[in-house]
Design a binder for this molecule. Structure first.
Ligand code: PLP
Length: 444
């Protein structure tokens, strides 16, 4: 417990422009978090808040793990920053080697950035440059997916498919098309795990490729499981079919695993869970347990080798990078995070908890306004009927009432999206869903 609860009303809240937030209503009724440990936050009014969303899908090992905190403290006292271009420091190479060991097949090179959005832009740029180096410079188009979320850079919102994230920002990247979302409540509502129906949605890729001609298409990017659009689980066979079509046409396949990486599905990455290997994987969040911002793009050897062999002697192979690529504090946090995942066997723990999680999540079927429940690994989405002409309003009310009841959930549209730290216990799973159930009985 924090001894001196902070009186948020006395602070000036005006200066800070908060991201993806209704600033005016937040500032009228602020919710501040001032400390965190394990499964719980401490709120400014000294309450313990059960974290049902691992921060923002990132704190997979739970908050303020001693080993991670100490590793960052130790690193910052030794070397705060190391020049990122033309210079290296040992822990970025060690981290890269340990990360690629978690990857299947030959996805054994990794590029570091600082956020999921940057990882996505990096992957898109690598795709175009790769084709250019292989003599296929006409391959510049991307195919994303409706309802997809790939961060907020211009690349990410262009391939993404969430309308509010796109409509304010002009014409976006040229030459992008979108697959349909794999979302059909008539056929798939209340599926447990992967819905049986819908692998044929992948065939839309054939239509898109023939419309533009394969010679113009660089890459397809999808989230294996969509998170931000409200937890949409891929139908059985869908991702495999995408892989086949990409292979047939020489198109790169990118999995955006920013939320599915690091044990969320009970495997290191979703690629292993679904047994489909893409050409690139973007990752962030659980990479450092959310402790220090960092993201990563994993690429197949063939891509890396093409850059190494296709560039002249002494030339920089990829004109891209960030001041904070491979930041020493992020690498220290990341290495310690991998230790904690290993020592606690957290990915297997998530796998063994996922059936219990699924059953408790689906116990909300029949509660007021619940029109679908979706789940996979330690992820669940509870979709509510929207209020007339007020999309998102009901879920926002649920969010606020859950917080008052000591449980942090996340809402997107009218879906309550849950993704707890992988250390969650059964009684905490019960409490999470019981709280939501009780709140649903109270909302209008
Ligand atoms: C699938 C996916 N890609 C990219 C991002 C963007 O990550 P960031 O917010 O770190 O830029 C997110 C964030 O939630 C995400 O879920």
């Amino acid at each position: 417990m924090i001894k001196n609860a902070i009186d948020v009303k006395t602070n000036n809240l005006d200066s800070y422009w908060m991201p993806f937030t209704n600033n005016r209503s937040f500032k009228a009724n602020p919710r501040m978090l001032v400390a965190a440990k394990g499964m719980y936050y401490t709120s400014h009014d000294n309450r313990q808040i059960l974290d049902g969303v691992a921060g923002l899908w990132c704190v997979n090992a739970g908050h303020c793990r001693k080993k991670i905190v100490e590793a960052v403290q130790d690193q910052v006292s030794k070397m705060d920053y190391s020049m990122a271009f033309q210079m290296g420091h040992p822990s970025e190479f060690e981290f890269a080697a340990r990360l690629t060991a978690l990857m299947p097949n030959d996805l054994n090179h990794v590029f570091f950035a600082n956020s999921g959005s940057e990882a996505v832009d990096t992957a898109l740029k690598i795709a175009i440059a790769y084709h250019r180096l292989t003599g296929q410079a006409s391959r510049t188009r991307f195919v994303g997916r409706e309802k997809g979320y790939h961060g907020v850079g211009f690349g990410g919102i262009s391939v993404g498919g969430m309308v509010n994230n796109r409509k304010f920002f002009g014409p976006l990247l040229a030459g992008v098309d979108h697959l349909p979302a794999t979302y059909d409540l008539e056929k798939n509502a209340f599926s447990k795990g992967q819905p049986a129906w819908g692998s044929n949605w992948a065939d839309e890729l054939e239509r898109i490729v023939s419309l533009h001609d394969a010679s113009t298409v660089a890459a397809v990017i999808v989230e294996p499981v969509s998170g931000s659009a409200g937890v949409i689980v891929p139908p059985v066979g869908y991702l495999k079919r995408l892989r086949e079509i990409c292979d047939k046409h020489g198109i790169l396949l990118i999995f955006d695993e920013v939320i599915t990486g690091f044990g969320r599905l009970g495997k290191p990455f979703a690629t292993e869970y679904f047994d489909v290997v893409p050409d690139m994987i973007t990752s962030a969040k659980g990479l450092t347990n959310g402790t220090v911002p960092m993201s990563a793009v994993f690429v197949k050897s063939e891509i890396y080798d093409t850059f190494m062999e296709g560039s002249g002697e002494g030339a920089i192979e990829l004109f891209h990078g960030y001041t904070y690529s491979g930041h020493p504090l992020a690498c220290a946090a990341g290495l310690a995070t991998l230790d904690v995942y290993n020592e606690d066997d957290l990915f297997n723990r998530a796998l063994s908890m996922s059936e219990y999680w699924e059953n408790v999540a689906h116990s909300l079927k029949g509660y007021p306004f619940v029109k679908d429940i979706r789940n996979i690994g330690l992820i669940a989405g509870v979709e509510l009927e929207s209020r007339h002409n007020m999309p998102g309003a009901r879920a926002n009310e649920v969010f606020a009432l859950c917080y008052d009841a000591g449980v942090l959930v996340r809402v997107t549209g009218d879906t309550i999206a849950l993704s707890p730290p992988l250390i969650i216990e059964k009684d905490e799973i019960n409490r999470l869903f019981e709280t939501i159930g009780n709140v649903l009985k109270k909302v209008e």
